[in-house]
Design a protein around this ligand. Structure first.
Ligand SMILES: [Zn+2]
Length: 410
């Protein structure tokens, strides 16, 4: 304090305090601008990644024959797997990238789309061997400005994505409905019989690591609306081995508890991405129909991602089904005909009643057409000799039947 200026100390302190406040405000503003720029940059980066990772092949125009279009329009089309929630697009608007949104689903005549949620993806993803040490979804969570809890908790990521799907439904004016029960399913199908311009969505999880290590959190997934859960995705987790993991083991004791809790919650177990031992272990204890939501068959594409004839038979024996994927590793080719060939092969092994569609649209895979071109699959099935009844089953009838048997009552 200077002599002769009794108040200068207080004034000085208040100046300094004001100065500090101003510095703090400036720092907050700069941080806010930086965060906004980072989010904008993150969004741009994710958009660019999606353009690169979810390309659509060179099928020139989606012009199926009149007969294919008529049969397609009479079918109740169900796709058992798309990863569209990951990329941050507004699914109510027709997009210029990726494969799925509500307008394109309606154009493609799709009644029900299963929206799968991925909560953790390792860097340098491959179908042979991945560990769990890296986490690219964290970058998406930060880049898209997800709630802070999603930075640490995979369950928080699952719950956030479920809220996003419900948010789209809430804003859709009835065009999108989230289906959680048999009651929802029947009400939706009755409504859609009068209005084919509406779509149902069903939530699924890729990888039970989404329960943050605790099988009791199956109840949280159930409450969030999840109705199908794959024990593993690209890496081994505390519950089971992945087809693309390091150990590729089977179900652990915790994994057996998980399956019991999924059954108890009427959540369908999905063996896509499961190791051979996990598939065997789940089939040995299955008390409800199980699925492989998006897969290929070794009979047309022999690789670690795809199912052997015995595995197909095992899944069919539970009363379950397989969804045949649309991407080259699944089908063994890059054109629409390869999809029809893989479906025909699977139907030859286990019967048409156990086969359906599992596109893996928006799953970081190239596909020959986007969701608006699904009638091309109907045309390919005609070319592979299926009649209208069989096509109706494959395109969605079997999946509807499965949901009627497996969803909770409501
Ligand atoms: Zn997948």
């Amino acid at each position: 304090m200077r002599p002769g200026a009794p108040d200068s100390g207080r004034v000085g302190r208040s100046h300094r305090r004001w100065g500090r406040l101003r510095a703090l405000a400036t720092a907050l503003l700069v941080a806010g601008i930086a965060a906004a720029l980072a989010r904008a940059g993150g969004r741009a980066l994710i958009a660019r990644s999606e353009r690169r990772l979810n390309p659509v092949g060179s099928t020139p125009q989606y012009r199926p024959s009149d007969r294919a279009r008529e049969i397609h329009a009479r079918s109740t089309v169900v796709d058992l797997h798309a990863d569209s929630l990951l990329w941050g697009r507004d699914l109510l608007k027709r997009g210029t990238r990726g494969h799925v949104d509500v307008p394109r689903l309606v154009e493609g005549g799709v009644a029900i789309q299963v929206f799968a949620v991925t909560t953790k993806v390792p860097r340098n993803l491959n179908i042979v061997r991945n560990d769990d040490r890296t986490d690219d979804i964290l970058l998406v969570a930060i880049g898209r400005g997800w709630p802070r809890a999603t930075w640490r908790s995979l369950l928080a990521r699952a719950e956030h994505q479920a809220r996003r799907l419900q948010g789209f439904a809430d804003r859709s004016g009835g065009r999108l409905t989230v289906i959680r029960s048999r009651t929802d399913l029947e009400a939706f199908l009755a409504r859609r019989a009068a209005d084919p311009g509406i779509v149902g969505g069903l939530l699924a999880i890729e990888g039970a690591h989404a329960v943050d290590g605790d099988p009791a959190n199956v109840d949280r997934l159930s409450a969030a609306g999840y109705r199908m859960v794959a024990p593993t995705h690209f890496f081994d987790n505390p519950f089971a081995g992945s087809a693309h993991g390091v150990e590729q083991g089977g179900l652990t004791p915790l994994g057996r508890e998980l399956i019991g809790r999924l059954d108890g919650a009427s959540i369908i177990v999905d063996l896509a991405h499961a190791s051979a031992r996990t598939i065997d272990d789940v089939l040995a204890i299955a008390t409800r129909p199980v699925v492989a939501s998006h897969t290929g068959v070794r009979g047309t594409a022999d690789n670690a991602r795809n199912l052997s004839d015995d595995q197909l038979r095992g899944i069919a024996a539970t009363g379950g089904m397989v969804g045949i994927g649309f991407w080259p590793t699944a089908t063994g080719g890059e054109d629409v005909s390869s999809i029809g060939r893989a479906i025909a092969y699977a139907a030859g092994v286990i019967g048409v009643e156990h086969v359906g569609l599992g596109s893996d649209f928006d799953g970081a895979v190239p596909v020959p057409f986007d969701a608006s071109g699904l009638a091309l699959v109907t045309e390919s099935l005609l070319a592979h000799g299926f009649d209208e009844a069989a096509i109706g089953q494959i395109m969605g009838g079997n999946a509807i039947d499965l949901l009627r048997r497996c969803l909770p009552a409501g």
